[in-house]
Every structure is written in structure tokens, then in C-alpha cells.
Design a protein around this ligand. Structure first.
Ligand SMILES: Nc1ncnc2c1ncn2[C@@H]1O[C@H](COP(=O)(O)OP(=O)(O)OP(=O)(O)O)[C@@H](O)[C@H]1O
Ligand SMILES: O=P(O)(O)OC[C@H]1O[C@H](OP(=O)(O)OP(=O)(O)O)[C@H](O)[C@@H]1O
Ligand SMILES: [Mg+2]
Length: 286
């Protein structure tokens, strides 16, 4: 039998595009035609299962899939035994309590004895218990924001990102109860040969993520400023220094995290750096 691992990804929705993009950035090729729910990579030992996100934690904990990409909100809600290998940095959102925007909100006690509609009864139930609030949780599977306007509930607990769905439905966010992003999860009892393949995949994901958070910087500087500039952009081991055709000047090449670049830009300019170019990095292996 050919040795391949299986990864469950969302078929279509808020996770699917970025999940597939990450896999492609890892150099893994596969066919992803509409309607095909299973696909094997042509250049990496992995098979894809395209599923509803609700089912991904269960498939991974049962071992039907070895890996999965899912939102932390869905993972915690489903409460399945899996290992979280990596936060992936996309599909960032929060779970919040919201009420009609005309209502006064004195604090969490507002919800005492109230009806709250949600697709996340476990996360909400745990939160209310922690806050000592007795409320009725009304579970619905979607379009949660409609609940107050049709008299189904007095408040809701649902996913918020930009807040525009709440606004368009006459609601206001009053409590943030959970922060979420996409995570890579794994079955807890993977065979050693599967772990080896997973490690190869993780190596590639790390290289892609590191590349994204760093930039390649090129600049020109007078030679007398080189010590100062090197201390500001020290790079991976040390920057590359190349002489310019103009005497007394050098070109400095280095790698720096994007955040640090913006923090150091004024000091770089003050030290005499000019002609600064910042170039994206596709992959980075340290
Ligand atoms: N507006 C948003 N912005 C960012 N991330 C989001 C947003 N909405 C949802 N997410 C994240 O993406 C996940 C999938 O959201 P989506 O709306 O596609 O789920 P779904 O409708 O339940 O999909 P499925 O049909 O697979 O069950 C959510 O569980 C959450 O982690
Ligand atoms: O704060 P916002 O940026 O408006 O995002 C929040 C909305 O996004 C998600 O729904 P989605 O649009 O994915 O549709 P769905 O309910 O069909 O999953 C979520 O269920 C919220 O309704
Ligand atoms: Mg779902």
C-alpha cells in the first residue's frame, strides 16, 4: 500500500481559500475541481478530503483523517481529542455576545434569564457558567443574527469579524468571549511513518510562514555608517555588504521582520541609508 497521509480541509467557506493557498505555497500540487470531494497530490504523499468544517475535528479524532485545518472556535465547540500542531494565522475572528442596538447594556448580568441564540452552545455555556449567569441557550445552525428581530431570542452569540453583519441586522457587540484563527490539527496516535510526512509538511509551512513575516531589505549607505546600519538590520547571520561603484559607499542586503523594519526605518535614514528597497520573501529556512 502506498504510504500517504490524509488531510481534511473545508470544502467551501471562510477557511477553504486560505487553506488551499497555504498548501499550494508549500509546493504541494493537487487537483481541486468543483464537486470532487477527494483528491491526491501528484508530488507529495497526501490525500485531501473536502468536508464541512463541522465534521473536521471528529474525522481527525477518529483517525479517518490524519490532519485537518479548522477554526479554533469549531475545534473547542466540538470538544474532540486532537493535537493542535500550529496556528495558521488566517480566518481570524471572534465569538461575541450581541444584543439589539437600542437596548441598554449594563454588563453581563443583562443576560440573566434571557434567551440567547447561537451555533456554539458549548463555548457559550462554559462562558456563562464561568460568569455565573443562568440563561437559556437556543441552538441554531446559521443566520444567527436574525434571531432577535424575529423574536427567537433576546441576544445572540456568533462569529464577528468586521462587525458588518451585526450592524446590518441592528445588533451591537457587547462581550467578546472567544478569539479564533485557523489551526492545523492532528490525530493523537499517528504512526511513526505518518509523523515523518507530517514533519515534512510542517517544515514547509514554517518556511512559508517565516517568509511571510520577514522581508529582504537592500539599501545604500556611506561606509562610515555601516556599523550602525548592521546593528539595526543584523539579518540571519549577518548582512551582505557589497561595494558600490561610487567610492565610499556600500550596498547592504539583509533580512528583517516587517514590524522591526518599520520600527527602525527612521534610525536607518538618520544613519545615512538611502535607496531602501523592501522585497517579499517567498520561503525562508533558517
Ligand atoms: N467573517 C469571518 N471572518 C473570518 N473568519 C471567519 C468568518 N466567519 C467564519 N470564520 C471562520 O471560518 C470558519 C468557517 O466559517 P464558514 O462561515 O465558512 O462556516 P460554515 O458556514 O459552518 O461552513 P461549512 O459549510 O463548512 O459548515 C469559522 O468556523 C470561523 O473559524
Ligand atoms: O463581522 P462580519 O465580517 O460581518 O463577519 C461575521 C459573519 O461571517 C460569518 O458568516 P458568513 O458570511 O461566512 O456566512 P455563513 O453564515 O453562511 O457561514 C459569520 O457567521 C458571521 O455571520
Ligand atoms: Mg460549518
Amino acid at each position: 500500500m502506498e504510504k500517504i497521509i490524509r488531510i481534511a480541509v473545508q470544502k467551501s467557506g471562510r477557511l477553504s481559500e486560505d487553506s488551499l493557498k497555504l498548501i499550494k505555497e508549500c509546493g504541494i500540487k493537487f487537483y481541486n475541481g468543483t464537486g470532487k470531494l477527494k483528491s491526491t497530490s501528484t508530488n507529495f504523499p497526501i490525500e485531501f478530503l473536502f468536508l464541512r468544517d463541522d465534521d473536521i475535528p471528529g474525522y481527525v479524532s477518529d483517525g479517518v483523517a490524519d490532519l485537518g485545518i479548522v477554526g479554533e472556535n469549531e475545534l473547542v465547540e466540538k470538544n474532540k481529542e486532537v493535537e493542535t500542531l500550529k496556528k495558521l494565522g488566517f480566518s481570524k475572528c471572534r465569538l461575541s455576545l450581541a444584543i439589539p442596538k437600542g437596548e441598554k447594556y449594563p454588563g453581563i448580568d443583562y443576560f440573566e434569564g434571557k434567551n440567547i441564540a447561537t451555533s456554539y452552545p458549548k463555548i457559550l455555556g462554559d462562558y456563562l457558567q464561568k460568569k455565573n449567569i443562568q440563561a437559556e441557550i437556543h441552538e441554531i445552525s446559521g443566520s444567527v443574527e436574525i434571531a432577535p428581530s424575529i423574536g427567537l431570542a433576546e441576544g445572540i452569540c456568533d462569529i464577528v469579524s468586521s462587525g458588518s453583519t451585526l450592524m446590518m441586522n441592528g445588533l451591537k457587540e457587547v462581550e467578546e468571549i472567544f478569539n479564533s484563527e485557523a489551526v492545523l490539527i492532528a490525530n493523537k496516535e499517528l504512526a511513526d511513518w505518518k509523523k515523518e510526512i507530517v514533519d515534512k509538511l510542517l517544515f514547509r509551512i514554517n518556511a512559508v510562514q517565516k517568509g511571510k513575516s520577514n522581508k529582504y531589505v537592500l539599501l545604500n549607505a556611506p561606509n562610515e555608517s555601516l556599523d550602525k546600519i548592521i546593528s539595526l538590520i543584523p539579518g540571519m547571520r549577518s548582512p551582505t555588504i557589497l561595494p558600490l561603484a561610487q567610492k565610499g559607499w556600500s550596498s547592504v542586503h539583509s533580512v528583517i521582520s516587517e514590524d522591526q523594519f518599520w520600527e527602525n526605518i527612521e534610525e536607518l535614514r538618520a544613519a545615512g541609508a538611502e535607496g531602501i528597497l523592501v522585497v517579499p520573501i517567498e520561503k525562508m529556512v533558517i
